[in-house]
Design a protein around this ligand. Sequence first.
Ligand code: NI
Length: 168
Amino acid sequence: MTEHEHTCGHEHSHGPTGDADCRCSGSASELVRFSVTAPDDLLRRFDEQIARRGDVANRSEAVRDLIRASIAKEQMRTPNEQVIGSLTMIYDHHTGDLTRRLDEVQHDYTDEIVSTMHVHLDHHNCLEILALKGRGKRVYELADRLLGLRGVKHGELTCAATEQSLGL
Ligand code: NI
């Protein structure tokens, strides 16, 4: 990211390397710079999406929004309840030993995985959908382990319900 913002409105100082280690001080949460690498086509499409949001749009703000949304979603977890949901993944099965690793993780959660569907999308890509049911803690842990594997391009856990919400 190339933007350099001081939106906190507090005093800030630059270290010996200048802007690279800029830290704002005096606010409850300091702004910290970090760099991210991404494929250029992915970044171009992200920038196009940001541009549609009007004049407050910039890459840093958009990334902050994504981080907040991710944390908000995390807070909706109910580790101690029985949950029902699905996990969707898209991955390139040619990526290293990804298929073996996906398999190994899934074999640790045979009580939670009710059913799986695997679709060979094209020469490279696979779509895999897991129906899940079990204690939240275990279901989230399984999702984190699978989605954390290198080569999983898209992944999303959707918890449709808890057993409590359905009155089961
Ligand atoms: Ni496949």
